[in-house]
Design a binder for this molecule. Structure first.
Ligand code: ADP
Length: 570
């Protein structure tokens, strides 16, 4: 493939100088390229090995290369070089778009994109790569207009791809921004804004100059000079990215990096005073310098403040963690104390129970009815104490993780029935209608810890009797879709709505005096819930309110398999 080369384009260089001040060419290229390169290097040095940093570095590098190519184009006199570098611009520019998108994807997901996506991006580049050095890319050099004439198919393709990639980034950032919340959202907003503005400035200046050149509105040299303004998109991007770095510490670049960046910006812009001549440029550069100094120092200050705040937060978090640890330790000590105390209490209480029953049975001789009456009271009070100690021991066992279960197949109906029978006298004494409803068909046996499940039903039925002054206590056992249910209904004092949230908490007892008069510890439901949960079941309750009775329901799945069993089968 041959180009229609011209060997001497000095007159073109003169033409360029006439329309486009070299000052603007240098000003728009050199500092931006250096800043981009500097930022890229800084980011990659500070966050070694991080993919996001690598992509950002590559983006900055590609941008700097594009800048270099542009400078060569604006200042070159050699047509071969001219044609070669002009043909490269398409590649670098589309690459910048792809890298921006790649950067944003990695930023959002925190990991590399899929191979398929990368392949797709690469495929987009293929036509451009294959067209390099062919007339599809550049057709010939127009010596009158002093510009190479681009192949129309490829240039349309490139513009289309750029618009497509820009819209992709725009839509993707919009979706991600809307989906995110709080700090994440602010972070996405800043990075997305930077990237979108960067590409938009690039794209619009590109499209605008191509359009006015193609339409013949201005001479190509003048038209392409508008592209220079698009390059200011890079400092805009860097500004936003620096802000995101400072505020959210993206890419792991800390204060130090930002300080260096600000100083470099000041230095770079300041250095322009050495080669600008026109008054208007002097003024513009001066303004930029003042702006960058103000913005830079505000940035550093806000970052310092941010870091300070983070440190303070860290200290507070550490203190909280310490306090939490101390509380946990205290809780452990308390549980241990309860455990030891309860064990010590249990022995004498059991001895009292044994001896009192022996006396009541007459093993120690005859005694008057009034003594029997008193002894009966001693016996009952002692029983309550034993129950209390047992509850306390259970709580301390649960809390220290020593609450162990021994599962075996048992009939739920038999357990409920035996508890029911044992409490029958209590219900009769309280003058309550006390009924038990059994299913017509037997419920299959379930894996249960018999003693513990018995304790649960004891407590629930005992509560129902305890908290019901008159009326009924109704116990029902039934099966429904693979689950066994036991309900304990009463017509008692009911449960106040304010007591509901704490019902299954340890040591929680109903607030009104009615409840407090009835003996109890507020541990029964807490322990009961743990036991039923260990059987993969649930305890639920319903109460329409004060004095409207209560209904507790225990559910245990028929096919419940304890952990050990499961392991053995696996
Ligand atoms: P307690 O030893 O106080 O009975 P529980 O843990 O068994 O402890 O019960 C906690 C609280 O729940 C009780 O103090 C009582 O306020 C309420 N409660 C439990 N069962 C009933 C019921 N059947 N009727 C009314 N209130 C009940």
């Amino acid at each position: 493939m041959t180009f229609d080369f011209v060997t001497n384009i000095e007159q073109c260089a003169l033409l360029v100088k006439e329309y486009v001040p070299l000052g603007l060419v240098y000003y728009s290229h050199i500092p931006t390229a250096i800043i981009a390169l500097f930022m890229g290097i800084l980011v990659i040095l500070r966050g070694k090995g991080l993919l996001l940093n690598k992509i950002f570095f590559t983006l900055c590098l590609t941008f700097s290369v594009a800048m270099l190519i542009n400078i060569i184009l604006w200042t070159s006199y050699d047509s071969r070089m001219y044609m070669f570098f002009w043909s490269m611009t398409a590649l670098t520019e589309v690459l910048i778009f792809i890298l921006s998108l790649y950067f944003f994807y990695t930023f959002i997901y925190g990991k590399d994109v899929s191979f398929r996506l990368k392949l797709f991006w690469f495929l987009l580049l293929l036509p451009i790569i294959f067209s390099l050095g062919t007339t599809h890319n550049l057709m010939y050099f127009d010596t009158d207009a002093c510009v190479p004439v681009e192949g129309s198919v490829l240039s349309t393709y490139i513009l289309g791809i750029k618009i497509f990639l820009f819209l992709w980034l725009f839509a993707f950032s919009l979706i991600q921004w809307r989906r995110a919340q709080d700090a994440e959202r602010r972070k996405i907003r800043i990075v997305a804004l930077g990237l979108n503005l960067f590409l938009l400035m690039f794209l619009s200046s590109n499209a605008f100059s191509s359009y006015i050149v193609d339409e013949g509105l201005v001479s190509p040299t003048v038209g392409y000079s508008y592209e220079l303004y698009g390059l200011f998109g890079m400092p805009v991007l860097i500004g936003f990215i620096s802000y995101a770095i400072a505020k959210f510490n993206i890419m792991n670049v800390r204060l130090f990096g930002v300080q260096i960046l600000v100083w470099t910006l000041i230095f770079l812009i300041g250095s322009q005073f050495f080669y600008i001549q026109t008054r208007i440029n002097m003024f513009l550069t001066g303004m930029s310098l003042v702006l960058i100094i103000i913005a830079g120092f505000m940035l550093i200050r806000s970052m310092k403040r941010n870091i300070q705040r983070k440190e303070e937060l860290q200290i507070m978090a550490d203190e909280l963690a310490n306090a939490n640890e101390r509380l946990k330790q205290l809780d452990r000590v308390k549980s241990e104390f309860i455990s030891i105390a309860s064990h010590q209490l249990r022995t004498p209480l059991t001895a009292i129970k044994g001896f009192v029953s022996l006396i009541l049975e007459g093993s120690y001789g005859e005694f008057s009815p009034s003594v029997r009456n008193a002894l009966n009271k001693v016996y009952l009070s002692n029983d309550r104490l034993i129950q209390l100690v047992e509850d306390l021991l259970n709580v301390s066992r649960i809390e220290s993780g020593k609450f162990e279960y021994t599962f075996a197949l048992h009939s739920l109906e038999e357990i409920v029935e035996s508890v029911f029978d044992m409490l029958r006298i209590r219900a009769k004494d309280a003058d309550l209608e006390f009924t038990l409803h059994m299913p017509s068909e037997k419920i299959p046996k379930i894996m249960l810890d018999e003693a513990k499940v018995r304790e649960v039903f004891w407590n629930l039925i005992d509560n129902a009797i305890k908290y019901t002054k008159e009326g009924f206590v109704r116990v029902s056992v039934f099966e429904n879709s693979g689950k066994a249910y036991v309900t304990i209904e009463d017509s008692g004092i009911g449960i106040l709505s304010e007591d509901i949230p704490n019902l299954f908490q340890k040591f929680s007892r109903g607030k009104d005096t009615n409840r407090l008069h009835a003996g109890g510890t507020g541990l029964g439901l807490y322990v009961g819930k743990k036991i039923i949960l260990a059987h993969s079941g649930l305890i639920t309750f319903e109460s329409e309110g004060e004095n409207k009775g209560s209904k507790f329901t225990v559910m245990i799945p028929l096919d419940f398999k304890p952990e050990k069993e499961k392991n053995e089968k696996e």
